[in-house]
Design a protein around this ligand. Structure first.
Ligand code: UDP
Ligand code: MN
Length: 291
């Protein structure tokens, strides 16, 4: 009898405690703000990277790719100056694991004649603009060459660009840096070792543009004019008032991107197949640019 009573008592306590916990839990849930993942997403970033086959290519893409891997809501548009896509590039991009689109855009033959001054990466970047016009509606795009160095904080800063944003780029010309000159908080000119009559003497790594703004400038594109690619593209975004250019990197007082140039490496010597036919060197050699 006494045993039955205490079981009943414990059961009552158990049920009552469970009920109290359930009520408290419901209350806790109801207090949580309604969050949809879509609402939390920052504006997308489109990184347009021209690339081409050479001994350094896979190394450069690997280095840049792992930098970009730190950034959320980013799509990497890798555009190769080639007549066909390369399984090696494809494999490298898959291994890195950054969301990407891989396209080709060969340099037109007529521009290849002047060996000294090629319009490097221009057909690639214009292909990138074409892709954006067809596929993107919001966010910001940036031309990131495969051989430069980028601090990841510049990507978060450029993400909110309304029209065009600019910032300094290190390792450009004998001045060591290319930058807008800021006086009283506004652009009063440009500091660059080569002005060359340009309205915008800036480096490719030193500006970003909003996708909406690009849509408002349907004819904007990059000219096949060595040395004047940035200037020509920025001029094609006109009308653009100098006061509308947003200044990043703490009002252009920091260097967060560098025009690093990699040492040119020689193509690899041919492999002696008689000697190494049955070894790993055959596989490795397929990855190299050979003589
Ligand atoms: N590039 C290209 N085709 C070429 C030469 C260069 O697509 O024939 C790409 C290259 O991968 C890089 C960009 O264009 O992303 C700029 O080229 P490079 O770094 O050689 O020029 P620099 O920075 O020295 O002006
Ligand atoms: Mn370069």
């Amino acid at each position: 009898m006494a045993l039955g009573k205490s079981i009943k008592m414990y059961l009552t306590i158990f049920v009552a405690t469970t009920c109290i916990y359930m009520v408290l839990y419901q209350y806790h849930i109801s207090r949580q703000p309604i969050t949809s993942p879509e609402l939390l997403k920052p504006p997308p970033l489109y990184i347009i990277t021209p690339t081409y086959r050479r001994p350094e290519q896979l190394a450069e893409l690997t280095r840049l790719g792992y930098t970009l891997k730190h950034i959320t809501n980013l799509l990497w548009l890798v555009i190769e100056d080639a007549n066909q896509t390369s399984p090696l590039v494809q494999h490298t991009l898959n291994r890195i694991g950054v969301p990407y689109i891989y396209l080709i855009a060969p340099m037109p033959e007529k521009y290849k004649k002047n060996k000294k001054a090629l319009p490097r990466g221009v057909s690639n970047r214009n292909r990138g603009l074409e892709w954006l016009r067809q596929n993107a509606t919001e966010g910001v795009f940036y031309f990131a060459d495969d051989d430069n160095t980028y601090d990841i904080s510049i990507f978060e800063e450029m993400r909110y660009t309304k029209k065009v944003s600019m910032w300094p780029v290190g390792l450009v010309t004998k001045f060591g840096v290319s930058s807008p000159i800021i006086r009283n908080g506004t652009i009063s000119g440009y500091y660059d070792g080569w002005i060359g009559g340009r309205k915008y003497p800036v480096d490719m790594a030193g500006f970003a543009v909003s996708v909406k703004f690009l849509h408002e400038r349907p004819t904007a594109q990059m000219p096949f004019k060595p040395g004047y690619e940035e200037d020509g593209f920025l001029k094609s975004l006109s009308p653009l008032n100098v006061t509308e250019i947003e200044l990043l990197a703490s009002n252009c007082t920091e260097i967060l991107t560098w025009h690093t140039q990699t040492k040119k490496n020689e193509n690899a010597a041919p492999l002696n197949m008689t000697k190494y036919r049955d070894t790993n060197l055959v596989s490795i050699h397929k990855l190299l640019v050979r003589k």
